[in-house]
Each structure stands twice: as structure tokens, then as C-alpha cells.
Write a protein of this length. Structure first.
Length: 205
């Protein structure tokens, strides 16, 4: 099935991990092109600052809303989707961009920390995708942020690599299932290399 996506200026876009890094820049760029953006991350103050910045820039449309949530919390993330629909009427694109990391040898990093990486980087994508799909059934885009480490592994970031490998497997399988059901949803996995973000500063070491 051919997927026809709306121009960015006509879209309502939900972005997780919008408080920093790729998510923050994606929100700014989408809003600059006229999209209405629904922002979420765990940092309420950072989200408010970004939303205020977007709304203040009325020349580019300036339409943004935010709701703090942990992507690993399904109920909280459903509230984000509900807020997007309440504020803007629908969802056209959903970007799963939230991510965390920890530096350390796999035998040294605690299981608690390893689970936290998977809760955000993998289960956050799974939960976000499952929430987004019903909203996108008549046409839309699901964008998952993977990593170049979705395809290979490196030392000292083993659990991050494992989570991103899992994101790739999940995304590829989901794409095939949606194609089989003839749903007009574009499913994209983006696998960046090193990007100038606060990732090293935010990661646990």
C-alpha cells in the first residue's frame, strides 16, 4: 500500500525525548516548518521552556503543547496521546526519540541500570508504537530512533547496543506486520552515528 504523508506544515507530531538532543532539535525544526508539536520527556521544566520558545515564535505557527511523562510508563504515555488529540485533534506522526545510556563493562553495570536502559530505549519504543498505531491507521508515520549501534556492538556500551539491536528487530517486524495488514503507516528506523547532543553528559558512567 502506498503511504501518502501530509506536508509537515499540516501535521500534528508527537515527539518523545523532546527535552534534549535529537528530540529537541526535531521539535524545533518541525515547528519552524509549521507543524503542531506535542512534546514529552521526563523533564517538565525543559519541556516548558521549549514549548514557550516555540509558541513565542508566532511567525512559524508557534503551536506546541507538552506533558511530562516517562516513556516506560504506559498510562503516562497514553495521557500524552490523549492530550495531543485534545489540543490538536489528531496525531499524524509519532517520533520515539527518548533514550538513555550507561558507560561501563557489562559485568560491572548493575542489572538495575541495565534494565533502566531497556525500559527507556526498547520498551519506550514498544509502548509508544502500540499507542501510536491506532491513531495512524488512516495514514501517518511512525519514526523510531535507533543508532548505528543497532547494527553492531562496541565495548563499554553493551546494554545500549543490545537495546538498539532490539529496537531494530522490533521496528522491522512491526513494519512487515503493518504492510501485511495494508495499513497506510510509514514505519522508519533512523540509525544515527555520533551526533552533537548531551548524550555523554547525561549517560551514567
Amino acid at each position: 500500500m502506498t503511504v501518502r504523508l501530509k506536508p509537515i506544515k499540516e501535521q500534528v507530531i508527537v515527539i518523545t525525548g523532546a527535552s534534549s538532543g535529537i528530540g529537541l532539535v526535531t521539535a524545533r525544526m518541525a515547528a519552524k516548518r509549521g507543524a503542531r508539536v506535542m512534546l514529552t520527556a521526563r523533564n517538565h521544566d525543559a519541556l516548558k521552556q521549549l514549548a514557550d520558545e516555540i509558541v513565542a515564535n508566532e511567525s512559524n505557527g508557534g503551536m506546541a503543547a507538552f506533558l511530562a511523562a516517562d516513556v516506560a510508563d504506559e498510562a503516562a504515555l497514553r495521557r500524552v496521546a490523549d492530550e495531543a488529540v485534545s489540543r490538536f485533534g489528531r496525531i499524524d506522526t509519532w517520533v520515539n526519540g527518548a533514550g538513555v545510556s550507561v558507560y561501563g563493562r557489562l559485568t560491572d553495570v548493575s542489572l538495575e541500570d541495565q534494565r533502566r536502559v531497556f525500559e527507556t530505549n526498547f520498551w519506550g519504543v514498544v509502548i509508544g508504537s502500540r499507542i501510536a498505531i491506532p491513531h495512524l491507521r488512516t495514514g501517518g508515520a511512525l519514526i523510531n530512533i535507533g543508532s548505528v549501534l543497532s547494527d553492531r556492538a562496541v565495548p563499554l556500551q553493551g546494554v545500549y547496543c543490545a537495546a538498539k539491536h532490539a529496537v531494530k528487530g522490533f521496528t522491522d517486524s512491526l513494519r512487515m506486520e503493518l504492510e501485511h495488514d495494508d495499513l497506510p503507516i510509514a514505519v522508519t528506523l533512523i540509525k544515527p552515528y555520533s551526533i552533537d547532543t548531551p548524550y555523554p553528559e547525561h549517560a551514567k558512567n
